[in-house]
Write a protein that binds this ligand. Structure first.
Ligand SMILES: Cc1cc2nc3c(=O)[nH]c(=O)nc-3n(C[C@H](O)[C@H](O)[C@H](O)COP(=O)(O)OP(=O)(O)OC[C@H]3O[C@@H](n4cnc5c(N)ncnc54)[C@H](O)[C@@H]3O)c2cc1C
Length: 434
């Protein structure tokens, strides 16, 4: 079949590769200048390329890792892998998975954590054990903050464990986050083999990681926004000129809604349109600090920052690319992540940058001074993810239109908006086409 894929984010790309491998002719249409979507290199950022936002992956991202291998993009070379470690920059808290079989590696991490009282450790282990006993299911789904209250989670455990992990994985505050989606992330990372909880950080830019390395035979049309889909006999026409037997629509929900609204209504169309409207975007900002030299006295790749220590000090995670990049390159770059950020808090970018830099200097003082900053760049992705809330109905890949399927991190994967969900969704969409 001749299949068109609209959108070259990780979902559209993985759909295109799976369809190509199944023997179809595949054309990819991407509105932007390069492949990668919300996980991409920022064009023009030079040799030491920057991404649109710092991303981390987990050992649990099996579909993504297999896809990289399929493209001969060796995960061992291109990703820094280390055992899950939550380490506060200030030095007053540390939790580290131990070299034991799962789930004991995680139990030991909590039992031996630095910075918690025994009662706090016991409360967290009990809550996790209960969740595991119930098959990592919570019925009915409810806001994570409510579930944590029910589980009597102490404030120190909420602050050092639940809140940072919830923001990192769901990009949604505790008061709104879906307990079920959080439980799914915990199950697949902490209860699925010891390596599943490993942290994997790209050592190259996100487009080079694999999206730039499509198999020959897939045609990628860059700068090609699709504005219109028409149902034609036994297929679909895009922008009134490209005809395809089948289509994968792998664009964000509002864009999908606009495109599908033009098609003749069929049973189920109205419900799908309502579901597509129900997603709310949440922003993530990344402050990149290009330093005069690598920060060698900071030997950690990733540290937790305290975003409640002082007003405006909004950084949550710090990434040191001198450690992440390979030893030869020692990239003098620090990236600070602000999840679930309100763009209104960042309207004065210079002031926001100053406060965050002050936060980093203050909270990392135990590692010696950060080298001087040569350049800084704050990137705000206003539509980074959807709010992962309870009761959100996520569409399946199949649609009311024959041969037209959906893909994207927002489809019904069970995961929040993450790379692995996007890849899984793209591959599921390809299977629907056959
Ligand atoms: C700053 C930031 C940090 C993140 N951190 C993490 C993380 O640490 N770990 C993690 O797992 N996930 C993270 N995510 C989420 C992850 O990036 C997304 O889940 C994933 O990239 C979504 O891929 P997708 O293919 O579903 O959608 P998208 O990447 O949005 O792809 C859709 C594509 O469709 C294109 N498009 C839209 N309309 C049209 C049209 N009409 N015609 C043609 N093309 C069109 C767009 O240009 C885009 O390329 C982060 C996201 C951001 C923004």
């Amino acid at each position: 079949m001749n299949v068109g894929v609209i959108g070259a984010g990780w979902a559209g790309l993985s759909a295109a590769i799976a369809l190509h491998d199944a023997g179809h002719d595949v054309s990819l249409y991407e509105a932007g200048p390069l492949a990668g979507g919300r996980a991409r290199r920022v064009p023009g950022s030079g040799n030491a390329a920057l991404d649109n936002g710092q991303h981390i992956m987990l050992g649990a991202y099996q579909h993504t890792l297999q896809l990289m291998q399929r493209l001969h993009r060796e995960p061992d070379r291109l990703l820094l892998r280390f055992g899950l470690k939550l380490q506060a920059a200030s030095g007053d808290f540390e939790l580290r998975c131990r070299a034991l079989p799962s789930p004991w590696h995680a139990v030991a991490a909590v039992a031996l954590a630095k910075g918690w009282h025994t009662s706090e450790k016991a409360a967290l282990i009990k809550a996790m054990a209960r969740l595991r006993l119930r098959g990592w299911k919570v019925t009915p789904d409810r806001p994570l903050a409510q579930w944590l209250d029910e589980q009597r989670q102490p404030a120190g455990v909420v602050k050092r464990f639940w809140e940072p992990l919830c923001l990192a994985a769901l990009n949604t505050p505790l008061a709104q986050a879906s307990t079920l989606m959080m439980a799914r992330v915990l199950k697949d990372s902490l209860d699925a083999g010891r390596n599943a909880s490993d942290v994997l950080i790209p050592r190259t830019d996100l487009s080079d990681l694999w999206p730039d390395h499509l198999p020959a035979g897939i045609t990628l049309h860059r700068h090609s926004p699709i504005q219109r889909i028409d149902a034609a006999s036994n297929g679909y026409t895009l922008n009134e000129k490209h005809w395809h037997d089948a289509l994968v629509v792998a664009v964000p929900p509002p864009n999908a809604r606009r495109l599908l609204a033009e098609l003749p209504a069929r049973p189920g169309t109205e419900r799908l349109m309502q579901h597509l409207e129900a997603f709310s975007p949440v922003a993530i900002a990344t402050l990149n600090l290009m330093l005069d030299e690598p920060w060698t006295t900071l030997s950690e790749p990733m540290l937790m920052l305290d975003d409640q220590a002082a007003p405006g000090q909004l950084g949550q995670w710090l990434f040191n690319h001198a450690v992440i990049s390979n030893a030869r390159e020692r990239h003098p770059l620090i990236s600070i992540v602000l999840s679930n950020c309100l763009s209104s808090a960042l309207t004065d970018r210079d002031a926001a940058g100053r406060l965050i830099i002050e936060q980093v200097r203050r909270q990392t003082s135990q590692f010696g001074p950060m080298p001087d900053i040569a350049q800084q760049l704050l990137i705000i992705e206003k539509r980074a993810t959807f709010a992962a809330t309870p009761g959100l109905t996520r569409p399946d890949n199949n649609t009311p239109w024959p041969g037209l399927v959906l893909a994207g991190d927002w489809t019904n994967t069970g995961y929040p908006a993450v790379l692995e969900g996007a890849v899984m969704s793209g591959q599921a969409a390809a299977r629907c086409i056959g």
